[in-house]
Design a protein around this ligand. Structure first.
Ligand code: GDP
Ligand code: IMO
Ligand code: MG
Length: 426
């Protein structure tokens, strides 16, 4: 096991990354978020308490551990303030252990307005975004028109850059009575928020590099999942950041040499929120059963998640792109009631067999999955903590996945709580 691990979702998000990061953060010194924004919803259950974090790294729940938000994250300062207040209300002290990059781009109210208008304009071709302003904020970043955390501390520059937004985004802002279009209001609110941000701002690249030299361990926390990557996912039905391994390097300003082990998080079946192709989707009673037993409703938006069988074609893709060393399989317990479980091992299209995700989305939308059927275990596995105590059919299911992917299983999650976990020793 390496010192520094990166946790990456291997499907379409919501794999249970929050729980895994929380578990591993106990042994790390620093947890680092590198991409995405408040579109993420990472759930952590500690005893009877449930925390849902959107921007702040999941390591924050552990007293004394440091957390950083890198330049690759698009930071909604209002959502961030709400999250800080939430932590304070829970008695979680984040002072002197939460740091933010001055180079992170801000998600501002007008980005959310634009996100909503763009989605409406797409009509039936909508992406099903979280409407958190993520796409429009990354558009500004890449166009070099973005406003960054550092700009909050330079009022004249901030005002100028905000005023320029009027020119750029007139078609969305001019004449709108939506308060999110009011840039003057945004300007004054940002100046107030700047006071809260000031003590948290640190050059994260230098901070992590020094921590690495000092022998501290770093846990990298991915958001979303590989199939939502803007370059390598099911574009355009994707998010706007690099959710795969490269995003960690550019989103924090760290070297690949700082990552020792890539841990892929794999839900024991598949879910997806929002639009886009999903070859193994179940629109029948079994799909409904998975949603019900897995409580598959979005942690950020509350939307019902689409559910389907495990897809090895998707997972092979994620293992290859990210160089996954080991996998953490979550939500095994959700499959407990099933008589039989299907695993997708390939796709068929026009009589042709496929073992990889086709890049052409039109093809992916029309493939028919090929399934191998495994026997269910019909036993309650909730809270199991030893691999050997799992029913034989559950062990077979897990081993089947690991063998196909050519990776080892480092962890199996059998419930939402910390204690409901099997740590698989090597
Ligand atoms: P993330 O975005 O990858 O962090 O995942 P989410 O928090 O959006 O969704 C995962 C959901 O599954 C959360 O409600 C977790 O509390 C829950 N969860 C995580 N692991 C398990 C598990 O092993 N079993 C069950 N039943 N629930 C789990
Ligand atoms: P976590 O970190 C699941 C999805 C949205 C939509 C698409 C684009 O909790 O796994 P966006 O608002 O990013 O422009 O939406 O991406 N999406 C997620 N789906 N989990 C997430 O995050 C997601 N973040 C974005 O549903 O389909
Ligand atoms: Mg989530």
């Amino acid at each position: 096991m390496g010192r520094n691990k990166i946790i990456l979702g291997c499907q379409w998000g919501d794999e249970g990354k929050g729980k895994i990061v929380d578990l591993l953060a106990e042994k790390a010194d620093i947890t680092a978020r590198f991409q995405g924004g408040a579109n993420a919803g990472h759930t952590i259950c500690v005893g009877d308490k449930k925390y849902i974090l959107h921007l702040i790294p999941s390591g924050i729940i552990h007293p004394g551990k440091e957390c950083v938000i890198g330049n690759g994250v698009v930071l909604d300062p209002f959502a961030f303030k709400e999250e800080l207040d939430f932590l304070a209300s829970q008695g979680i002290d984040y002072k002197d252990r939460l740091w933010v990059s001055p180079a992170a781009n801000l998600v501002l109210p007008y980005h959310k307005l634009i996100d909503a208008v763009d989605e409406k304009n797409r009509g039936t071709e909508g992406l099903g975004t979280t409407k958190r302003g993520i796409g429009p904020a990354y558009v500004d970043k890449v166009a070099r028109d973005g406003i960054r955390v550092a700009d909050m501390f330079a009022p004249d520059r901030l005002k100028k850059r905000l005023e320029y937004q009027h020119k750029l985004k007139g078609k969305y802002l001019t004449g709108s009575d939506d308060e999110r279009a009011d840039l003057d209001r945004t300007y004054h609110e940002l100046l107030k928020l700047a006071e809260i941000f000031k003590p948290l701002v640190v050059d994260i690249s230098i901070f992590l590099s020094q921590a690495f030299k000092d022998g501290k361990s770093i846990l990298f926390e991915g958001a979303q999942g590989s199939l939502l990557d803007v370059d390598l996912g099911t574009y355009p039905f994707a998010t706007s950041s690099n959710t795969t391994i490269g995003g960690a390097l550019t989103g924090l300003g760290v070297s690949h040499k700082m990552i020792d082990e890539v841990v892929g998080v794999v839900k024991a079946y598949t879910t997806r929120v929002g639009a886009g192709p999903f070859p193994t989707e179940l629109v029948d009673d079994i799909g409904e059963q998975l949603r019900h037993h897995g409580d598959e409703y979005g942690a950020s938006t509350g939307r019902p998640r689409r559910c389907g069988w495990l897809d090895l074609v998707v997972l092979r893709n994620s293992v290859r792109i990210n160089g996954v060393d080991s996998i953490a399989i979550t939500k095994l317990d959700v499959l407990d009631q099933l008589d039989e479980i299907n695993v997708c091992t390939g796709y068929r299209l026009n009589g042709k067999e496929m073992t990889e995700v086709p890049l052409d989305l039109a093809e992916l939308s029309h493939v028919k999955p090929t399934y191998t059927t495994l026997k269910g275990w019909k036993t309650d596995t909730t809270g199991t903590t030893e691999f050997a105590s799992l029913p034989k059919n559950a062990q077979d299911y897990l081993n089947y996945i690991a063998k196909d992917l050519g990776v080892r299983i480092c962890l199996v999650s059998t419930g939402a709580k910390r204690s409901e976990t099997i740590f698989v020793s090597t």
